[in-house]
Design a binder for this molecule. Structure first.
Ligand SMILES: NC(=O)c1ccc[n+]([C@@H]2O[C@H](COP(=O)([O-])OP(=O)(O)OC[C@H]3O[C@@H](n4cnc5c(N)ncnc54)[C@H](OP(=O)(O)O)[C@@H]3O)[C@@H](O)[C@H]2O)c1
Length: 336
């Protein structure tokens, strides 16, 4: 177990996963630091007592200040977003990771805990997943012991993939869907993921290891959409059309939901491979209770509803007899 005085820096502490992790450590009274690009905004969303340092993770001087006296870093940064970096998100991700490794070396950081993506080792991994893999490789090239967790879709209020699915269900009674909708995923509840991240930070046996984390259910994205729809009393009718490119999907998602096409595209490309745990070694080290998809989604929808109530039921009465049904218009290829 790490001593309670361990100083922790969270990179990406203002993000979806980062905020939940910071709140969880803060509840235990553990001293915590966050490096944020907009420190004044960060202070309004993070619990009181969290030390906020301003700066970009590519800025060596900012990192040196934030890393002073730190022994463990959580790396929860990625560069995908509504305003993609000029150099492209892969290059931006690699620059951030390289800069963090150099600064961690200077500060003699003992450990880095990194959250990557399930499916990053698939032969046909998307550039998003390849970038996650590359970041892991760069982090491991430094002297700090790196613990890597790989997760598929994280179920929680405000997660970009989860939000994308919920808004599709809320807004469309019938969806023409691309192939990724039939891929398999092992979603994990945000709360469970946070417990694994905290557990890895506390348990020295996870030093230097890579672990897959997921919930108890392996589901196709189509099943997740229908299950979310049942909870919202509007299971969609899905029509699967194989000839639907990621670019077309991203534009379509950008049109229908609040998720921008620039963020949707890499997320969707990542959905073209199965994101299922290869092993469950983490469970023998950290046997936390697992939350099933339906409960995780119900809790996330309830939390989300408190902030933005579900919009009024979209028309859709003509489609109502087809609700919850899946049609595959063409024979699908192997492995789908
Ligand atoms: N969400 C999921 O379903 C999911 C699934 C599997 C794995 N993951 C992994 O979990 C990690 C976190 O994902 P997330 O969903 O929490 O992402 P997110 O909500 O988009 O947050 C990304 C964070 O990175 C920060 N950031 C980006 N570039 C930065 C830079 N140059 N300098 C400093 N901070 C920077 C952002 O800061 P600002 O607030 O300043 O923008 C934000 O705090 C990622 O590694 C992702 O691959 C997520």
């Amino acid at each position: 177990m790490a001593p309670p005085s361990t100083e922790i820096l969270v990179l990406g502490g203002t993000g979806f996963v980062g905020r939940a992790l910071v709140a969880r450590w803060a509840r235990d009274g553990v001293p915590l630091r966050v490096l944020a690009r907009q420190p004044e905004v960060a202070r309004t969303v993070l619990p009181p007592g969290v030390e906020v340092f301003g700066g970009e993770a590519t800025d060596g001087a900012a990192l040196d200040r934030a890393l002073d006296g730190i022994s463990m870093v959580y790396y929860l940064i990625h560069s995908m977003g509504p305003r993609p970096p000029r150099v492209g998100f892969r290059e931006a991700d690699a620059r951030v990771a390289t800069s963090v490794v150099a600064a961690a070396r200077r500060a003699r950081v003992d450990r880095i805990v990194y959250l990557g993506g399930l499916g990053d080792d698939a032969r046909e991994a998307s550039s998003h997943l390849a970038s996650r893999r590359e970041v892991g490789r760069i982090l491991r090239s430094g002297p700090a012991a790196v613990t890597q967790l790989r997760a598929g879709i994280v179920i929680g209020p405000g997660g970009s993939s989860f939000e994308m699915m919920v808004q599709l269900v809320e807004r469309l009674p019938m969806m023409i869907c691309p192939l990724w909708i039939d891929r398999r995923c092992q979603p994990i509840a945000l709360g469970d993921l946070v417990e694994y991240l905290v557990g890895c930070g506390r348990d020295q046996r996870t030093r230097g290891g890579s672990f897959d984390v997921g919930g108890p259910d392996v589901l196709r994205y189509s099943e997740m959409l229908i299950r979310i729809g049942r909870q919202l009393h509007r299971p969609p009718c899905l029509v699967i059309l194989p000839r639907f490119t990621p670019a077309l999907s991203a534009h379509w998602v950008g049109y229908i939901t609040d998720v921008s096409p620039d963020l949707a595209r890499p997320v969707i490309e990542g959905m073209y491979v199965d994101a299922v745990c290869r092993d469950d070694r983490i469970r023998s080290l950290l046997p936390i209770p697992q939350t099933g998809f339906d409960r995780a989604a119900a809790e996330a929808l309830a939390e989300r509803g408190r902030h933005s109530p579900v919009p009024a039921l979209r028309g859709g009465h003509l489609v109502r007899p087809l609700e919850g049904r899946i049609f595959r218009l063409l024979r699908l290829g192997t492995g789908v």
